[in-house]
Design a protein around this ligand. Sequence first.
Ligand SMILES: [Fe+2]
Ligand SMILES: [Fe+2]
Length: 475
Amino acid sequence: MSSIDYSTKIPNNVNLAEDRTLQRALEQWQPNYLSWWNDMGPDGSQGFDVYLRTAVSVDPQGWAQFGHVKMPDYRWGIFLNPAEKDRKIHFGDHKGESAWQDVPGEHRANLRRIIVTQGDTEPASVEQQRHLGLTAPSLYDLRNLFQVNVEEGRHLWAMVYLLHKYFGRDGREEGEALLERRSGQQDNPRILQAFNEPTPDWLSFFMFTYFTDRDGKFQLCALAESAFDPLARTTRFMLTEEAHHMFVGESGVSRVIQRTCQMMNELRTDDPAKLRAAGVIDLPTIQRYLNFHFSVTIDLFGADQSSNAAMFYSSGLKGRYEEGKRGDDHLLRNDSYRILQVRDGRLAEEEVPMLNALNEVLRDDYITDSVGGVSRWNKVIEKAGIDFRLKTPHKAFHRSIGSLAGVKVSPEGQLLSEPEWNARVAEWLPTESDRAFVASLMGRVVEPGKYANWIAPPMVGINRQPIDFEYVRFN
Ligand SMILES: [Fe+2]
Ligand SMILES: [Fe+2]
């Protein structure tokens, strides 16, 4: 079951050949997907040979095979983790019952919504990143961008498989709509706002893959607990791919920092103007990008109090991060959680029923996880002997969703008046001129082994290849 059949049009490990109707429906969707990829996938890259990894099995060891592939020929397919025998639902009102192999009628609409919302982020990020190849800082980075892009494409396949297999005609219509919405387009945008923001430069890309792909990780982890077993198995395999995306982000930002610190020591200065003149990105600018991506991303978890979140949990559709490792009753009916609100002109915690606060629980788990990489970035700065530390901003900083939406709070968590905010926002969020400066550094470096001036080379190459390997061939 876990070995992947590559002999068919659509590679899969779900015995697709046994379900002719489904196979035909997906084979009809496939050319539409490819034409979406041609229109909205990486700009001008269709003829490149890219050193990509392809899944050959879903085993944790050795699922990947590496080789130069033209991206439109990438074998997108349907890969589920193997079924767990007699899997039981382990949270919510159905706790202890057998996991569902089909969609219960009463949860159909909600499950469809959950799958469509997740599915929509996948092509959206490809669209957001489609011009970055034109300004890649190296072949190594270009290859990583393309690897992320083809895997996001595969994540779309993963969700469309579920829609086609379990949701009949509605599911097929949703599958088409996923190819029709466009990131940032006014009349038919992507569903979630962070996926309509442009990713204009490589610092944004690295921040996005560190912070926003990590949101993906947490959403997928919560869905991997689902009582709907096919969703759980699909998202488990997606998580193995997601890990690479976060690696691209964390190591990318780390290399930018490393290069900046090197220049700071060389020039013996921390003056942003001098560093910019030397062609590197000053640390305060990196902090502003971090503030932006962190705050936009934590909005993705939704309102801090949500009756939908309670219902998704109680009905078994979506669990918590690492549900199985928690020692509580997995029902949460009598539990409470503290959320942050503005009360009498101050930020104050308020106790609310836990079930209603599950978006906030997931957001807080996310915040804990994302702080880890930031402290690894700080190690790079510390090692260079520089007295500067990056910080994730306060949870209430620059929020647009939930009870903190629109509240003016500094990155340190101080409540501000509108004029105070306006006077200092340029210190905290990327300004037009920050973005213009970063954009000015973005030139295309594609000679094997060459790296743009603003970023350090990686420590090691991909799949034990050297860092001057020809990761992309342009033909
Ligand atoms: Fe994804
Ligand atoms: Fe991702």
